[in-house]
Design a binder for this molecule. Structure first.
Ligand code: BDR
Ligand code: CA
Length: 359
């Protein structure tokens, strides 16, 4: 006869196994048929590279963009909403709701980055006034509504500070089991850009990042360790500049600003941070992933906002022996993130150029 204790232990083991299988399955390439576009919500802080990510998404038949939700980050949220509305107007997509989100991070003052994105956040590129209008629903409400309307169908693609996503989780924690997956641009396993170790999107709201990384949903992190190697160069800019359509002309202006700035700072091209996260949703084979335990540092004097990744998913187990501790073995830790560790930058840039051809 099985005792209650051993039955409970068996059920626990089964649950752990099921969770592990669900996590592994979430890493397998999506098999959507060509006419079955993936529903996505882009959470953006536009932002010059955000604008490129939006254009890539809107011109990719693999994606069915259900909303742009805007968060304060690169620019204040009002400017971000204006920019997002200009983007959907440029693409002739007023059918896509644009919702205004958080004005500031959960627990700290907002830091904007016009220094890197231009005064208007769009590399100072001009666009006509938006024809599309802002949605009445707050961003977090819209995320919750759409995820509940399409259970296990929505891919969230946050490419700014994670405030809106954390607010949506707080409002309805059940969305953690209802999204298909989250593919975010943020973090790094190889040093930061906002500080020595923290990437800007995580640094700009570490408490929100903590909630998102601990939510238990299938999460892919497209961080600086891959985006800084996915450079859009002057040669590729030359190819884009040959295109005469309005969207391509706008993209050329924005990327000229970014490539000029990158070169001034000693780089050989501009990192395609946010566009690469969208690219990874369009074509999973553009990145290579490894599963790791990633924790968010919220307290360190020098390390606040760091994504602390366990490369081997284990740590020492220690026991007190008199006046000191001794290592007595190794403890494994459960991975919680699919970490992008390599990207095919050349192929990604060709995808980006192809999607803007004739646009
Ligand atoms: C991230 O920070 C922002 O400046 C960019 O838009 C990107 O999302 C890169 O660290
Ligand atoms: Ca961004």
């Amino acid at each position: 006869m099985i005792s209650i204790r051993s039955a409970t232990a068996m059920i626990k083991k089964l649950l752990v196994l099921l969770l592990a299988v669900a996590f592994l399955l979430s890493a397998t390439p999506a098999q959507a048929s060509p006419n079955e576009a993936r529903k996505v919500i882009l959470d953006v802080d536009p932002g010059a590279d955000d604008a490129m990510a939006i254009l890539l998404a809107l011109n990719s038949p693999e994606l069915d963009v259900r909303a742009l939700t805007v968060v304060a980050g690169n620019v204040v949220v009002g400017q971000g909403v204006e920019n997002a509305l200009k983007m959907v107007s440029l693409a002739g997509r007023c059918d896509i709701p644009v919702a205004r989100g958080a004005e500031k991070p959960l627990e700290q003052k907002l830091t904007t980055a016009e220094f890197f994105h231009g005064k208007n956040g769009l590399g100072n590129a001009d666009l006509p006034a938006a024809a599309c209008k802002v949605d009445a629903r707050p961003a977090a409400d819209l995320i919750v509504e759409l995820v509940n309307r399409y259970p296990r169908e929505i891919t969230l693609v946050p490419v700014g500070p994670l405030t809106n996503i954390a607010l949506a989780l707080k409002k309805d924690p059940s969305i953690a089991t209802k999204v298909k997956k989250v593919v975010l641009m943020g973090g790094s396993i190889a040093g930061g850009n906002a500080t020595a170790v923290a990437e800007a999107n995580i640094y700009n709201d570490p408490e929100a990042a903590l909630a998102v990384f601990e939510a238990g949903w299938p999460l892919t992190m497209v961080g600086l360790n891959v985006t800084e190697r996915t450079l859009f160069t002057r040669a590729e800019l030359g190819q884009l500049a040959k295109e005469k359509g309005q969207q391509a002309r706008f993209a050329t202006a924005v990327l000229t600003f970014l490539v000029d700035l990158a070169e001034k700072l000693g780089g050989e091209g501009t990192p395609m941070h946010d566009p690469l996260a969208v690219g990874a949703v369009i074509d999973r084979t553009l990145i290579v992933i490894r599963d790791m335990r990633v924790d968010i540092e919220t307290r360190g004097e020098y390390t606040r906002g760091e994504t602390v990744a366990s490369r081997h998913n284990c740590s020492d187990r220690r026991e007190l022996r008199g006046d000191h501790y001794a290592v007595v073995g190794i403890e494994t830790v459960q991975p919680n993130v699919h970490v992008a560790v390599e990207s095919d930058g050349a192929r990604f840039n060709q995808l980006f150029l192809a999607r803007l051809r004739g646009k």
